[in-house]
Design a binder for this molecule. Structure first.
Ligand code: AMP
Ligand code: MG
Length: 492
């Protein structure tokens, strides 16, 4: 049974507002994450009908106390002083079996005082997308919110067209965002701001409490988590798509999967989101944007810092500058893993830069390239004939001469490092299956027609992303020209 606590509710209003979900017509369970449920203390699985009642919000689980959380945010660079949970409700916190506090939230559960013009609902498509991509991220070890349940509502929501509605139950280290701090700061509510910061330190960064200046230490800790997170994203070709400050988690998890996508053909300037017309959140811009978001976070913390005025600004700026070095160090480590080189290898940086040029110029699929390179490394180390693996790799590029030259350099570097120890790390840095855009679209198209089998098949594959079965290989294949999905939509 879920046993909810309500620490966030000890923080002052208006950081939260009590609010009930709006019942839905006909809740029906699409998916429930048994393993995550067990981690949260649900030792026996309630029947589907009960789960559908709970996780649609029609009849909340015992001890849940629904609240909408307030937050502000910079959306595409423009400040909006009041956003907040317009269609989400925090049911409470559960301390999991590892002793970690986790938020459990309904998304799509109806209007709240923060809904502005919105209907408080979520269409089925984005709910399934968030479920698939979030669970994939968890499977490859990228910090992320998790999906506990998806329930269809039996109601339609009207977006571009009328679509089936759904509710996602999401689990997070917390739903506190940079925008939550901005919400308190813009109201000049210093006591709410301090209570929030102290809550975050106790909950996420307890070591900061012992620092000379806990709030500066908090900024440093969040900066480190965000730098590591964005490096992880990019190592998989992930483009978040809406890195607004309200979608930037203080705990350093990936949150709010909207028009996100994994890029296929490598292109540093790649954008998928239909609403990102200026390319603000393009693939290569993500570290700079994370740093910009952290600067907005730093601004909110200045009034709490031990030193005042220019000295506080200087200290905070110094911490923010540190983002670049942290991001670079994390990226070097990840790149070495992806290339099967030792972490201390001085060749990884140049080799990765050169491979990125090859992937870009040769229109190579990023995931398939690293998967094929991993196979090639495996056969090279086994000293068997590597001919067909090399051919498979060269088949991915339109520029085989350039890639052949690069491979010669890489093979040299490989031989210089302890290959056998590196192969395992290389495999784990290079998933076989990712949730490809066209596969997600297929799943959504079928689900809208009432067929959830493709969703369950894809979910099973992306949560075993290193599996090499035939089914995995089928789902791993890049989109053909006609299958490609080049635009993704928020669909909120
Ligand atoms: P998102 O794009 O999902 O990150 O949401 C941005 C803001 O819009 C948040 O404040 C959401 O709560 C709000 N929002 C998004 N969709 C809806 C909706 N259907 N009804 C009410 N508020 C919404
Ligand atoms: Mg959001």
């Amino acid at each position: 049974m879920l046993s909810f606590e309500h620490q966030f509710a000890t923080l002052p209003e208006p950081l939260w507002v009590a609010c009930q979900p709006t019942p839905v017509a006909q809740p029906s369970l699409i998916a429930f994450n048994d393993a995550l449920g067990a981690q949260l203390g649900m030792q026996t699985r309630p029947d589907d009908a009960t789960l559908a009642q709970w996780f649609s919000g029609n009849q909340l689980p015992p001890s849940a106390e629904p609240r909408a959380l307030g937050y502000a945010g910079h959306q595409f660079g423009n400040f909006v002083p009041q956003l907040g949970d317009g269609r989400a409700l925090l049911l409470g916190e559960v301390v999991n079996q590892q002793g970690e506090r986790r938020d459990v939230q309904l998304k799509g559960s109806g209007r709240t005082p923060f809904s502005r013009g919105g209907d408080g609902r979520a269409p089925l498509g984005p709910v399934l997308r968030e479920y698939l991509v979030g669970e994939f991220m968890a499977a490859v070890g990228v910090p992320t919110t998790r999906a506990l349940a998806a329930v269809s509502t039996g109601e339609r929501v009207v977006r571009q067209m009328a679509e089936p509605g759904a509710v996602l139950t999401r689990v997070a280290s917390s739903h506190i965002r940079v925008g939550t701090f901005q919400f308190a700061a813009v109201r000049r509510d210093e006591s709410a701001l301090k209570a929030l910061a102290d809550h975050v330190i106790a909950r996420h960064y307890p070591e900061a409490a012992n620092a000379d200046d806990p709030y500066l230490a908090l900024l440093e800790a969040v900066t480190a988590r965000q730098a590591a997170l964005v490096a992880r994203w990019m190592s998989l070709g992930f483009i978040h798509g809406v890195m607004n400050t309200d979608n930037c988690s203080i705990a350093g998890e990936t949150i709010d999967y909207g028009p996100c996508a994994f890029m296929e053909q490598f292109d540093p300037q790649k954008v998928y989101s239909s609403i990102d017309q200026g390319g603000r959140y393009a693939f290569d811009n993500q570290p700079g944007i994370a740093q910009w978001n952290l600067a907005r976070f730093a601004e909110t913390l200045l009034p709490l810092m031990r030193v005042e005025g220019d000295a506080a600004v200087e200290q905070a700026t110094e911490v923010l500058r540190g983002f670049t070095a942290r991001f670079g160090a994390e990226q070097r480590r990840l790149h070495a893993d992806k290339l099967g080189l030792a972490p201390e290898s001085d060749r990884a940086v140049a080799l990765m830069e050169a491979l990125e040029i090859q992937m870009h110029q040769g229109r190579m699929d990023m995931t398939a390239t690293f998967d094929a390179l991993t196979h090639y490394a495996q056969v090279l180390s086994a000293d068997t004939s590597a001919h067909s693996q090399k051919e498979a790799l060269l088949a991915l590029t339109t520029q085989p001469a350039g890639l052949t030259a690069w491979l010669a350099d890489w093979e040299n570097a490989q031989q210089a490092s302890q290959q056998s120890e590196r192969l395992d790390a290389m495999r784990h840095a290079n998933p076989v299956v990712i949730p490809r855009n066209h596969r997600i679209q297929e799943v959504i198209d079928a689900a809208v027609e009432g067929d959830f089998a493709p969703f369950h098949t894809l979910l099973a594959a992306v949560t075993q992303p290193f599996d090499e079965s035939e089914e995995a290989r089928r789902l791993a294949a890049p989109a053909t020209e006609s299958e490609q999905v080049l635009r993704t939509f928020c669909g909120t």
